[in-house]
Design a protein around this ligand. Structure first.
Ligand SMILES: *Cc1c(COP(=O)(O)O)cnc(C)c1O
Length: 222
């Protein structure tokens, strides 16, 4: 795998210069991360707490660590001190736990709310009703150590590009709708994390500000 060449090739196809490339390095050895770092990558995405804990101390301090996978509440404390952005917040319970751990160490933790936009049942995320319930819960107002920076979503795993586009578009529409509401100060909707190796171009066309790309950079995972 020529990681540097892959990175260049991926970057060249980008539809927007402002879209952040999060290099998804899960399962990959440190040397691969270092190669990407040397090529200018500062944002790395991992989906396991334990792997983040192992890799973080071995990489330069200026790396931004993105937790992109499903996060269990009981593991938040392990990444709270250093995580840059948690993409997959999919319940009020998890959000409250992140707030609690942030409070303990006096750190405001950046998060994205994961929305369920795919047809597949298996993917995590809030549906609109659950989101509205959380936003109207009085306890929501008392969160003091999180910043909700945007939304994240994963499209259905399908060859059907129209379907993928439709799902990304629904996330963008929801994002705009939320932005037009009056929400507490710690909600500052700036980012839409959508798009992976197979669908990031469609995601960018539909307004993605962050793409999470793994295999197109580091090669397939076994
Ligand atoms: C693994 C993963 C990615 C990257 O997938 P690729 O298809 O390898 O680009 C993106 N987002 C999430 C949530 C992932 O778990």
């Amino acid at each position: 795998m020529d990681i540097k060449a892959n990175l260049e090739a991926v970057k060249k196809t980008f539809k927007s210069e402002d879209c952040l490339l999060v290099a998804v390095s899960k399962t990959k050895p440190l040397e691969d991360l270092k190669t990407a770092y040397e090529a200018g990558i500062r944002d790395f995405g991992e989906n396991k707490v334990q792997e983040l804990q192992v890799k973080q101390p071995e990489m330069p301090e200026d790396v931004n660590w993105h937790m992109i996978g499903h996060l269990q509440s009981n593991k938040v404390k392990f990444i709270a001190p250093f995580v840059y952005l948690i993409h997959g917040v999919d319940s009020f319970k998890l959000l409250r736990e992140i707030n609690k751990q942030g409070k303990k160490i006096d750190r405001r933790i950046n998060v994205l709310l994961q929305m369920h936009i795919a047809e597949e049942e298996t993917k995590f995320g809030f549906d609109k009703l659950e989101l509205d319930e959380m936003l109207s819960n009085p306890d929501f107002l008392s969160l003091s150590h999180v910043k909700i920076q945007g939304l994240m979503g994963m499209a259905t795993f399908t060859e059907n590009k129209d379907q993928v586009r439709k799902e990304f578009r629904s996330l963008k529409t929801l994002f705009e709708e939320l932005k037009s509401r009056t929400l507490p100060d710690f909600v500052q909707l700036e980012d839409i994390s959508m798009g992976m190796s197979g669908d990031y171009l469609i995601a960018q066309e539909e307004g993605s500000t962050m793409v999470r790309i793994g295999s197109a950079i580091f090669g397939g995972r076994s």
